[in-house]
Design a protein around this ligand. Structure first.
Ligand code: BGC
Length: 452
């Protein structure tokens, strides 16, 4: 089986399989981060958790994410992208098993921390892997499949939570996360290491044979010299090099983009949607959970649209449209809370849905793509670690302070603040993010390092 892209480059069916397996890591990322939203209230009654302890149960996974991201780049550079992904599947199985059997708050925290390590490592390793196995004209679509998988994982966790909520079976909510992790573990044995990593470690023969198994025609052969050139061992990059004069601006662009993905507030909606609906006077309980499931569905559908558009319209246009749409939707939401419109609950639901859809087509899908392609190979793993560290740190911070923000600024002030941050992000994207559509990673590397 093969299919053709616009540049007439043909991929083998095997590459599609490989891409799906690696992207599936996103499903585990999504499931394990979002499952807590439905489990929390039952954990609270089972373990008599105070508000503080509830907050710790939620945010310890994000802390694990931060630590995981911190070691992920070195792991992926040293042992390979594939081995780093295998490690995450093991961490997800272990974390979920501990959570499902946890008899105490401390064990619960241990399980969440281990799952968090998995989430942090996969957030670096999977996009790296996907970018390095993709032909240029499919890279946008292939890397954004990771985001699609995240959204499917989030949706699956919402549905599982909804299903087990009537019986209060929180152990099953966690245990269900073991199943996809085992499936991925098994599938990972059938995918190879990336050609870029193999070239870098002197395994040229193997890299060439894998490229031959991925692509049907011989067009990729023209890129081999460039691949070998950027992989030369003398071009090895240490941590110090990340902020050298030549690479500093690329590093800053990556960090800022990664921050924008979080500080524009997406996880206030993903983790706290039922609470926001409650503030808007929307039904609490099953009504609010159902509205949350609808948000999950919109997230998936809009991401599908982004996957389809990324290699057609390009990265910049999706990012700009997405961030502008988020700013406007949040402006509406804030205005509805401020004026206390009679139709406030309907406006809240509609604005949140529009906001999530705009996030999905812009910052959701495109951030992973840009981060996986703008860095030179010699620092790619470490640079992604830095960008993802910023991502998890800001995610952790926003999730922790959101309830206080609502208390201090009110919902209107809080959403206005996020709307202003979206406007600022628009200008950052407009001024700093390059268009990378259709270029090979080696072309992007020479373009970025020449420019900065
Ligand atoms: C973000 C997550 C977020 C998810 C929502 C991802 O790209 O990194 O923090 O929960 O999108 O779909």
């Amino acid at each position: 089986m093969a299919f053709q892209n616009r540049a007439k480059e043909k991929c083998r069916g095997y590459l599609l399989f490989v891409v799906m397996v690696a992207a599936f890591g996103g499903f585990l990322f999504g499931y394990h981060t979002a499952v807590i939203s439905g489990a929390l209230s039952f954990l609270t009654s089972s373990f008599h958790l105070s508000i503080f302890r509830q907050g710790v149960v939620v945010s310890i996974l994000l802390l694990g994410g931060l630590l995981g991201a911190l070691v992920a780049g070195s792991l992926a550079d040293r042992f390979g992208r594939k081995r780093a992904i295998i490690l995450t599947a093991l961490l997800f199985i272990l974390g979920a098993a501990i959570n499902a059997y946890a008899q105490s708050w401390m064990l619960l925290l241990l399980g969440r921390l281990i799952s968090g390590l998995g989430v942090g490592i996969i957030s670096v390793a999977a996009p790296l892997y996907l970018a390095e196995v993709s032909p240029p004209n499919y890279r946008g679509a292939f890397v954004s499949l990771f985001q699609l998988a995240i959204t499917l994982g989030i949706l699956a966790s919402f549905i599982v939570d909804y299903f087990f909520a009537p019986g209060g079976s929180w152990r099953w909510m966690f245990a269900m996360g073991i199943v996809p992790a085992i499936v991925q573990m098994f599938a990972l044995f059938f995918i190879p290491e990336t050609p870029s990593w193999l070239f870098r470690h002197g395994k040229d023969e193997l890299a060439l044979s894998i490229l031959g198994r991925f692509r049907k025609d011989r067009q990729w052969m023209k890129q081999v010299d460039a691949m070998k050139e950027v992989a030369k061992p003398q071009r090895r990059g240490g941590w110090k090099m990340l902020f050298s004069h030549q690479l500093r601006s690329i590093m800053i662009i990556g960090i800022l983009l990664s921050l924008c993905q979080q500080i524009t507030g997406i996880n206030t909606v993903i983790y706290y949607a039922p609470k926001i609906f409650g503030e808007a006077g929307f039904a609490t309980g099953p009504g609010a959970i159902l509205a949350t499931v609808v948000i999950g569905i919109i997230n998936v559908v809009a991401t599908l649209f982004a996957v389809w558009l990324l290699d057609r319209a390009g990265r910049r246009v999706l990012l700009l449209a997405g961030v502008a749409g988020m700013a406007i939707s949040l402006g509406f939401l804030s205005f509805a809370f401020f004026t206390q419109w009679a139709a406030i609950s309907k406006i809240a639901v509609a604005s949140l849905m529009a906001y999530v859809a705009f996030f999905a087509i812009g910052l959701g899908a495109v951030t992973w793509v840009i981060l996986s392609e703008i860095y030179p190979l010699k620092i790619r793993g470490k640079a992604m670690t830095v960008a993802l560290f910023a991502n998890w740190a800001s995610n952790c911070l926003i999730s922790l302070i959101f309830p206080d923000l609502i208390d201090i600024l009110g919902p209107d002030g809080t959403f206005l603040l996020f709307s202003v941050i979206c406007f600022l992000s628009f200008w950052f994207v407009y001024g700093c993010i390059p268009e990378t559509k259709g270029k090979s990673l080696e072309e992007i590397e020479s373009l970025m390092t020449a420019q900065h």
